[in-house]
Design a protein around this ligand. Structure first.
Ligand code: DX5
Ligand code: ZN
Length: 215
C-alpha cells in the first residue's frame, strides 16, 4: 500500500451526527478529516464555520484539515486556528496578489498551524510556484469548489506532475473533487500523496472498505 493520506470530507456526512461520523471514519482508518468552509461569496454555497470546528476539535484527535473557500481568508485565520484546525488551506484566487498569499501563509504559521494553498480548475499550476517552498500543502481542485458529488475533471489532474516537479520533497500534494476508487489511482500515479473524498466514502455503508479502495 502506497503512503497516501486519505482525508474524508464531512461535507457528505450526516450533519446531525458529525461526531459519530468522524469517529466512524477514524475507526475505518482515516487519520485526517477534511472540513469544507464556504461563505456564499467565494463559492455559491454556505456550509461550516468556526463554532463547528471548535466542537469537532473536542470530539476528535484526528487532524482537522480545514479547506477555506472564503473571501478575505486572512480575517478568519486566527479564529480557525484557535478553534483547533491543524491545517488551514485557503484559495489563491481569494488573494489580491502573490504577496497577499505570502502574508496569509505567514499568518497561518504564526499560530503554529500548517499552511496550504488551493487552486481552482482554471488556475494555472505555475501561479503557485513562488509559494511552494513556504507551504506545507498544495490542494489541487479537480472540480469547481462549492459542492460535493461532482465529476472529476481529468485535465486538472495534469497539474499534479507540473507542481510536483517544482515542489520540495516534503510538500503534501492533495487533490479534492470527484475522487473515487478509479480517479484516486490516476492522482496517486501522477504524484499526489493526499486525497480528499466526500461522497465516495460517505455514500457507502462500509467506510473501511471505501477508504481501503482509495489506496
Ligand atoms: C468541494 C469540496 C470538496 C467536496 C468533495 O468544493 O472542496 O471537499 O466535499 O466532494 P466529493 O468527494 O464528493 O467530490
Ligand atoms: Zn474541500
Amino acid at each position: 500500500m502506497k503512503e497516501v493520506i486519505i482525508s474524508p470530507s464531512i461535507l457528505s456526512a450526516d450533519f446531525a451526527n458529525l461526531a459519530k461520523e468522524i469517529n466512524a471514519v477514524k475507526e475505518a482508518g482515516a487519520k485526517w478529516v477534511h472540513i469544507d468552509v464556504m461563505d456564499g461569496h467565494f463559492v455559491p454555497n454556505i456550509t461550516i464555520g468556526i463554532p463547528v470546528v471548535k466542537s469537532l476539535r473536542k470530539a476528535t484527535d484526528l487532524v482537522l484539515d480545514t479547506h477555506l473557500m472564503i473571501d478575505n481568508p486572512e480575517k478568519y485565520i486566527e479564529a480557525f486556528s484557535k478553534a483547533g484546525s491543524d491545517i488551514l488551506t485557503f484559495h489563491l484566487e481569494a488573494c489580491r496578489d502573490i504577496s497577499h498569499a505570502e502574508e496569509t501563509i505567514t499568518l497561518i504559521k504564526s499560530f503554529n498551524v500548517k499552511a496550504g494553498v488551493s487552486i481552482k480548475p482554471k488556475t494555472l499550476p505555475e501561479e503557485v510556484f513562488p509559494l511552494l517552498d513556504k507551504l506545507d500543502l498544495i490542494l489541487i481542485m479537480t472540480v469547481e469548489p462549492g459542492f460535493g458529488g461532482q465529476e472529476f475533471m481529468h485535465d486538472c489532474a495534469m497539474k499534479i506532475p507540473v507542481i510536483k516537479e517544482h515542489a520540495p520533497d516534503n510538500l503534501i500534494i492533495q487533490v479534492d473533487g470527484g475522487i473515487n476508487n478509479l480517479t484516486s489511482r490516476i492522482c496517486t500515479s501522477l504524484g499526489a500523496n493526499s486525497l480528499v473524498a466526500g461522497s465516495y466514502i460517505f455514500n457507502q455503508t462500509d467506510y473501511k472498505k471505501a477508504i481501503q479502495n482509495l489506496h
